[in-house]
Design a protein around this ligand. Structure first.
Ligand code: MSP
Length: 510
């Protein structure tokens, strides 16, 4: 058994979650569920990033204190993730005492190690990104992501000596070619480091909403500096060394592509400065887009989309939790950008779920009910489906391991397709009851059993329901994957139930 510590970015609570934030979270959830299925000891962390200018502004705009605002909005994230069946083991908020304690210990260590000094910061700032820009990196004085005019800032700040880590980071990247995936993002981070690193400002005096700097009480830490450390707060850094030692070597961050530099340059350097190994692995996902632009709440505010069309809870009410999860996992490879649309969800729903998966389960249950007295027969060991099943389970497992849920599901649908084709060839609905019919149905039931296991990280609710309809015990998420996917384990004699349609078709006018 190995360990798997997986984190999502912690979400800004200036606004409620949208389907873009759900994209990262659902993918992380499916990966965490896969690792539990594979028998790993898993810790899956998500949470909310609650300090910074943006939050202070949002609270002021709504006439409440930052604390009240962040309490309220953080709860909306928790609620959305509960609705989407996100199996997080811990939910961290950066306003919690445990986080303050870790941040202050971690940064004091860096300070004591001589990597922090005082200087004056002068430059441009984007409040939406909570990030500094040089004039060259800006879009003529505007933010390249949010297109808003950047604020000119001048403050006395504490600085982190990032420049001291250039060679150590280059060595680290060279020694760990799998540190950042996909490769394109590894290369992007590497060329950023090769381009030269400037020291960075890590504290602010113009706002007070943040973690206080222990050695200078007029300052709070700049929000990114406290945020990154959440990954250590949740495993007890500064409080429980054994826990850090248990999880940190197995740590994986899933992040969006716009926060690559923070996680693959700053963060490893900070860890090095504190005398800690950097995170083990960072996987970078792309964006969900609408009309080629990064999907976000501002689109709704500007009237470009209806708010309910991008809200995860509203979407899950419209399409179902598991179909929404399936769409997010299957439509866009984790690493690429993908265009998001309601038509896209409906198309995946009708084709992959209703026509392929739903139809397979329904027709097998119908034949077993009408021709086998509702009792499932056993599969054959030499079924022609076995070869496909063996190849698909191996392929899907490899894909899950390399952070590729989209590929894992594509492979799973090859087994669904092969089983539907197998039924077309044998046409059991035309066969007389007897051994030949039972053999075909046993093979199909076994294939469906495997499909239920394979889809369980993506669609846990649907997987459970299929499992129940097959008359199987326990849960498809609770089996040990490697032994459970050996062909031939569907037991004869289980009661198979038909049930309602798993995925009633969506009509186009809906
Ligand atoms: N608070 C920081 C992260 C700190 S981690 C130490 C932050 N928050 S965020 O709320 O703006 O974004 C969180 C994550 O959501 C990012 O990984 C971002 O890429 C992801 N997404 C937000 N909109 C998205 C899309 N439209 N598509 C895909 N992911 C998107 O950054």
């Amino acid at each position: 058994m190995s360990r798997f510590y997986l984190t999502t970015p912690i979400y800004y609570v200036n606004d409620a979650p949208h389907v873009g934030s759900a994209y990262t979270t659902v993918n992380a959830d499916a990966l965490a569920r896969w690792h539990r299925l594979a028998g790993d000891d898993v810790k899956f962390l998500t949470g909310t990033d609650e300090h910074g200018q943006k939050m202070a502004d949002a609270a002021a705009k709504n006439g409440v204190s930052p604390k009240e605002w962040t309490d309220r909005t953080s709860e909306r994230f928790r609620l959305a993730w509960d609705v989407l069946n996100i199996s997080y083991d811990d939910f961290i908020r950066t306003t919690e005492p445990r986080h303050y304690e870790t941040v202050q210990k971690f940064l004091s260590t860096i300070y004591d190690n001589g990597y922090i000094y005082k200087d004056v910061y002068k430059g441009l700032y984007c409040v939406s990104c909570e990030d500094y820009y040089t004039l060259e990196a800006s879009d003529d004085g505007r933010c390249p992501i949010h297109h808003s005019v950047l604020t000119q800032m001048e403050e006395e700040n504490w600085f982190f000596r990032l420049s001291a880590f250039q060679d150590r980071l280059l060595d680290y990247f060279e020694a760990h070619p799998g540190f950042v995936t996909p490769d394109t993002k590894y290369n992007e981070a590497l060329s950023f480091i090769k381009g030269g690193l400037r020291d960075i400002s890590i504290t602010r005096t113009s706002i007070s909403w943040g973690v206080p700097v222990p050695w200078d009480e007029r300052h709070v830490f700049y929000v990114w500096y406290d945020a990154l450390i959440n990954y250590l707060s949740a495993i007890g850094y500064g409080r429980d060394d054994d826990e850090v030692e248990y999880w940190w070597p197995w740590s994986n961050h899933l992040i969006g592509k716009e926060i690559l530099r923070f996680h693959t340059v700053w963060w490893p350097a900070m860890c090095m400065a504190a005398g800690l190994d950097p995170v083990h692995h960072v996987h970078v996902n792309g964006w969900l887009l609408i009309g080629g632009e990064k999907l976000g709440k501002t689109m709704a505010a500007e009237g470009a989309v209806k708010i309910t069309d991008i809200e995860p809870i509203a979407l899950s009410q419209e399409f179902g939790v598991d179909p929404l999860r399936y769409y997010l996992l299957r439509d866009t490879a984790l690493g690429n950008d993908g265009e998001f649309s309601l038509e896209g969800i409906a198309a995946r729903y009708n084709t992959d779920l209703a026509n392929n998966l739903g139809n397979l389960v329904a027709r097998v249950a119908a034949v077993v009910t009408s021709k086998c007295a509702g009792v499932g027969p056993a599969p054959r060991s030499d079924s022609s489906l076995r070869e496909v099943a063996d190849a698909v389970t191996a392929d899907a497992a490899r894909a899950w391991e390399r952070f590729a849920p989209q590929r894992a599901l594509e492979a799973t649908w090859e087994l669904i397709g092969a089983t539907n084709a197998y039924l077309e060839t044998h046409a059991p609905w035309k066969m007389e009851p007897g051994d030949a019919l039972e053999a075909v149905m046993g093979d199909a039931l076994e294939a469906i059993r495997l499909v239920a296991i394979l889809i369980s990280p993506a669609m846990p609710g649907v997987a459970e329901e299929i499992w129940r309809r097959l008359g199987l015990d326990a849960s498809p998420s609770a089996v040990p994957f490697t032994t459970a996917v050996t062909w031939g384990q569907y037991p004869r004699g289980r009661h198979v139930t038909k049930g309602d349609s798993l995925f009633p078709r969506i009509q186009s006018e809906q």
